[in-house]
Design a protein around this ligand. Structure first.
Ligand code: NDP
Ligand SMILES: O=C1O[C@H](COP(=O)(O)O)[C@@H](O)[C@H](O)[C@H]1O
Length: 518
C-alpha cells in the first residue's frame, strides 16, 4: 500500500547518479519500493551528474543496475516501461548555479507531469566536500521554494574529525533545518539492528537482566572478508576507525546500551542514544589508548587456498602505509546501568569470515551447584546476528538426557537458534530501501542527529590524536585470519575471550535446536 504521507508524491533528486552508490544501492532500492507499491506512481527521479547522457542512456543504466543488484530482478516490459518513465537525467556540475535554475524549471515540468505536490528529496551521493555547495545552490536556484516539504539525505563520511564535521554541518544547516537533514548510517537500516530495540523492550525476559548485575561483558564484532577493493585512496584517509567505528559500531553500541525511550518517537530515541555517547568513557592519554585499543593492518595471506595481497600492495595505498584495517577496543559506558561492564568491539577487513554480531555474555550463576569434572558450565550468551545471517541465538546449560543418572546430573551447553533468514530468506528489504522509504515518509528515527555525530567524533578524535603521535603500536595480521593476537589478549587479560561468530563453530555447544519458529 502506498503510504498516506506520500499522497502528494515526491521527486527524488539523485546527485551523483552516475556513481557507484547510485548504481549498487539507490536505483535498486527505488525499484523495490516501486515493486512493493510503497511509492505508487506519483514519484519522479531526476539523476544528476556532470557527464552528458540522454534520458534513454540513463534509463539503460538504471535497468542494468536493477538486473545486477536489485532484490527483484524479474521485470517484464510493461512494468519496466511504466517504471522507466519516472526517470529523467540532467547533466549538471554542482558548481554551476545557473544549472540549478534550469534544474528548477525541469523539476516543475516533472512535477506537473506526475502530479507531484512540490515534495523534494535531495539525495547527495557525492563526495562530502560538495555538500555545502549543493545546499547553497539549491537555495539560490529556487529549488527550496515549494509548497511541499524538502529534505536533504547525505552520505558518510560526515567529516574527518569533530572540527571538519562541525564545518560541514554549519554549511548545510545554513540552508536546511536539522529536522530536514537525514544523515545516513546504513547499519541503522539493517533489520536486526532495528530489532535490538524490539528485542530489548518487548520481552519481559531480557530487560530486567540488561545491566551490570547480570551482564559480564558485551562484544560487538563486524568482520569483513573483503579488502579495500577500489577504495584505497579513500580508505588511506579513513582507516577502520573512521570508516566503521565512528559511525556503525558506536551506533550499534548505543542501541544496546540505551535506556528505554519515553515513547517511540525519533527524538525520544535519539535523546537516549546521545546519553550513551555522553557516558562513553573518553580516553585520557596516549597510554590510555594503547592500553585499551588495538590497531592492526593486514599482511599477505590466504583464504580458501587463494592468495591475498597485503594492504600495502592494494591499489591506491601507500606502500609504507600505517593505516588501520583492524580495530579492537575495550570501552566503558559510565552510567548506573553499565558501570564496570566492558564493551569489547572489533572490526576489520580481510578477516576469516563476514559477520556482524552482538554477543551479550551473562555472568555465571553464583553457586556452581552442578560443578563436577564432567560438567562444562558455560556462561549464557545472547547473540544478535545482524549479517549475513539474521537471527537470535541463545546459549544455555541443560541436563544431558543421555548421561547416566548416577546422582549428579551432567550439565551440557545447548543452544536455541532462531534463524530469521531461514524463514524470510535473504530477501528482506535492504538497509537503503528502508532508509529511503523512511526519509520520504519523514521518519528520522534511523538517521543520525548532529549531536550524536559530534559526540562520536569527540570520542574518536582522542584515539586518532594518540595514534598520530607515532605508529609503534600498529600490529599486523595475515589476511584471512582473526586479526592480531593483541586483540585476543585484550579480553584474555580480563578472563574473557571473543566468542565464535557465525561461520566459526562453538565447540562447546553439544546440541542446537534450530529453526525459524514457524
Ligand atoms: N559506494 C558506496 O557503496 C558507498 C558510498 N558512500 C558515499 O557516497 C558518496 C558517493 O560515493 P560513490 O557513489 O561511491 O562515488 P563515485 O565516485 O562512484 O561517484 C561520484 C559521483 O559524483 C558525481 N560528481 C562528481 N563531481 C561532481 C560535480 N562537480 N558535479 C556533479 N556531479 C559530480 C560523479 O559523476 P560525474 O563524474 O559524471 O560528474 C559521480 O556520479 C561518497 O560520499 C561516499 O563516501 C557511502 C557508503 C557506501
Ligand atoms: O560503510 C561501510 O560499510 C561496509 C560494510 O557494510 P555491510 O553492510 O556490507 O556490512 C564496509 O565494507 C565499508 O568499508 C564501509 O564504508
Amino acid at each position: 500500500m502506498v503510504n498516506e504521507n506520500l499522497n502528494g508524491g515526491a521527486v527524488f533528486f539523485i546527485f551523483g547518479a552516475t556513481g557507484d552508490l547510485a548504481k549498487r544501492k539507490l536505483f535498486p532500492a527505488i525499484f523495490s519500493l516501486y515493486r512493493e507499491r510503497k511509492i505508487g506512481e506519483k514519484f519522479a527521479v531526476i539523476g544528476l551528474a556532470r557527464r552528458p547522457k540522454t534520458n534513454e542512456q540513463f534509463r539503460d543504466d538504471v535497468y542494468r543496475s536493477i538486473q545486477e543488484f536489485a532484490r527483484y530482478k524479474k521485470i517484464d516490459d510493461v512494468e519496466w516501461t511504466a517504471f522507466a518513465e519516472h526517470f529523467t537525467y540532467m547533466s549538471l556540475d554542482i558548481n554551476n548555479l545557473e544549472g540549478f535554475r534550469q534544474l528548477n524549471e525541469l523539476t516543475q515540468q516533472v512535477e506537473a507531469r506526475f502530479n507531484i505536490a512540490g515534495n523534494r528529496l535531495f539525495y547527495l551521493a557525492l563526495a562530502p566536500e560538495h555538500f555545502g555547495t549543493v545546499a547553497e545552490h539549491l537555495k539560490a536556484g529556487g529549488l527550496l521554494e515549494t509548497d511541499g516539504w524538502h529534505r536533504l539525505v547525505i552520505e558518510k563520511p560526515f567529516g574527518y574529525d569533530q572540527h571538519s564535521a562541525a564545518v560541514l554541518n554549519e554549511e548545510i544547516t545554513s540552508v536546511f533545518k536539522e529536522d530536514e537533514i537525514y544523515r545516513i548510517d546504513h547499519y541503522l537500516g539493517k533489520e536486526m539492528v532495528q530489532n535490538i530495540e524490539v528485542l530489548r523492550f518487548s520481552n519481559a525476559l531480557f530487560e530486567p537482566l540488561w545491566n551490570n548485575k547480570y551482564i559480564a561483558n558485551v562484544q560487538i564484532t563486524m568482520s569483513e572478508t573483503v579488502g579495500v577493493e577500489e577504495r584505497g585512496a579513500y580508505y588511506e584517509k579513513s582507516g577502520a576507525l573512521r570508516d566503521m567505528v565512528q559511525n556503525h559500531m558506536l551506533q550499534m553500541l548505543t542501541m544496546i546500551a540505551m535506556e528505554p525511550p519515553s515513547r517511540l518517537h525519533p527524538e525520544a530515541i535519539r535523546d537516549e542514544k546521545v546519553k550513551v555517547l555522553r557516558s562513553l568513557r573518553r580516553f585520557q592519554s596516549r597510554e590510555d589508548v594503547l592500553k585499551h585499543v588495538v590497531r592492526g593492518q593486514y599482511t599477505a595471506g590466504t583464504k580458501d587456498g587463494k592468495a591475498m595481497p597485503a594492504y600495502r600492495e592494494e591499489p591506491g595505498v601507500n606502500p609504507a602505509s600505517v593505516t588501520d584495517t583492524f580495530f579492537a577496543a575495550k570501552l566503558y559506558v559510565d552510567n548506573f546501568r553499565w558501570a564496570g561492564v566492558p564493551f569489547y568491539i572489533r572490526t576489520g577487513k580481510r578477516l576469516a569470515t563476514k559477520s556482524t554480531e552482538v554477543v551479550i555474555e551473562f555472568k555465571n550463576v553464583p553457586e556452581r551447584m552442578y560443578f563436577a569434572e564432567k560438567n562444562r558450565l558455560e556462561p549464557n550468551l545472547l547473540v544478535i546476528r545482524v549479517n549475513p545471517m539474521e537471527g537470535i541465538y541463545f546459549k544455555m546449560n541443560a541436563k544431558n538426557p543421555e548421561s547416566n543418572n548416577d546422582g549428579q546430573p551432567e550439565v551440557i551447553p545447548v543452544a536455541v537458534d532462531f534463524c530469521q533468514s531461514c524463514r524470510v530468506g535473504y530477501n528482506t528489504p535492504e538497509a537503503y530501501e528502508r532508509l529511503l522509504y523512511d526519509a520520504v515518509r519523514g521518519d528520522s528515527t534511523y538517521f543520525t542527529r548532529w549531536d550524536e555525530v559530534s559526540l562520536a567524533w569527540q570520542f574518536i578524535d582522542r584515539i586518532a590524536e594518540a595514534w598520530n603521535e607515532d605508529s609503534s603500536d600498529l600490529t599486523y595480521y595475515p589476511a584471512g585470519s582473526w586479526g592480531p593476537e593483541e586483540s585476543h589478549q585484550l579480553l584474555a587479560r580480563d578472563g574473557f575471550k571473543w566468542w565464535p561468530v557465525q561461520g566459526q563453530e562453538d565447540d562447546a555447544v553439544i546440541w542446537t535446536v534450530s529453526g525459524s519458529g514457524i
